[in-house]
Design a protein around this ligand. Sequence first.
Ligand SMILES: Cc1cc2nc3c(=O)[nH]c(=O)nc-3n(C[C@H](O)[C@H](O)[C@H](O)COP(=O)(O)O)c2cc1C
Length: 399
Amino acid sequence: MAVDTETFRSVLGQWPTGVVLVTTTAGDGWHGMTASSFSSVSLEPPLVLVCLDTRLASHRLVSDSGAFGISILGRDQAELGRRFAGRLPPAERFQGQEWLTPRTGSPVLANALGWLDCRVVHAYPGGDHTIFVGEVLAADTPRATGPLLFHSRTWGRLADPLPDRVVLADTGLAAALERRGLADGRLLEAVRDAGVRTRVRGGGPGKARSVLLDSPAGPAPGPGGVIEFPYRDPAAAAAMVAAARAADCTAVGRVFDAFAADRRAGTLAAVGELLAAGCDEIALDEGGEPASPLAVREILGDAVSQARQTPVRVRLTDRAGLGLANALTAMKSGVRHFDVTLGGLDDGLCSVDLLFLASRLGVEGPADREALAAAAAELETACGEPLPGRTRALGRTAS
Ligand SMILES: Cc1cc2nc3c(=O)[nH]c(=O)nc-3n(C[C@H](O)[C@H](O)[C@H](O)COP(=O)(O)O)c2cc1C
């Protein structure tokens, strides 16, 4: 005797899947539904399959049109998954989104993780479903972000693992000392000796030093150094990357106010342009507008996926007391590179605090926390006032 429907459903519910929209033409219009029975079949020729319930309108329309589109949904597109699973009547499902009709006329979602435009080449009976096999005529991956998942009748996304280690650069100390009229040589040296790249003013020897330049004509550090530059437009970014290459330096494009309200689209566009310009690292800088863990998560989730192999670094502040929460969120979004400031001077996220957080999370921080805590103590004496960094006193004891 065959297994009963409820048992069968609950066992299949244990199988996690991605989620696609299967779309096709319907007379003068479009029709679409949510599906998880999508699979690749063959590479040469490129074939995919989807299993459609014979009672559904989509089944008849795919049979009639001989074509279907597949749009793979991203982790933030569960609402579209629900909508195309029956939450909205068919006529309203396509509203408010951009759709493309590449070859067959079937619509595909312009900002899907990936889409395929297919011509039906086989239709096999499969009980109350039909297995439609489609030859892929056109395909693209317009958006890089995590996938939407479906498991046990629940929408989900991949968990956020912590990085194995964090790497620090001090981008705030030199400028903070200059603002206070304090000499910087010894302290910057101490920070570098502790294993932290430091931003300096002007040129000079390269290794473990970065400079922030406004134009390609600025004083580059020596070979092996780092040239940072603020993102303005694609042409300026390309010129700065060329200057960094000529100086045998790493090129870091920096997007300021990256986590400000309503900045998501602008920040992601800038990241795209910096990648196209060939930057070695992309820096997202909190700038003057305070970041929230929600904004950090939303923007970094996409920026890190978009950058793929290119490191994304972040500069966070502790202005609103959310520095470490934002740093944890950044780590869980796949960031390993942090721009910090010794002692947390001028609201920069404190290097010792960040290393303390990393150690408590079991994340390696190759910089020497004790040496940084000692340098911060020296800095506090030089400033003549307590520094904002919170865990310095724990620097020697806690691990
Ligand atoms: C996550 C998810 C996956 C689904 N996968 C399939 C599937 O693979 N095949 C299918 O026939 N129906 C599937 N459905 C059900 C259809 O999406 C649903 O019946 C839809 O309303 C059909 O729309 P239509 O009647 O307008 O064609 C799925 C529903 C959900 C929520």
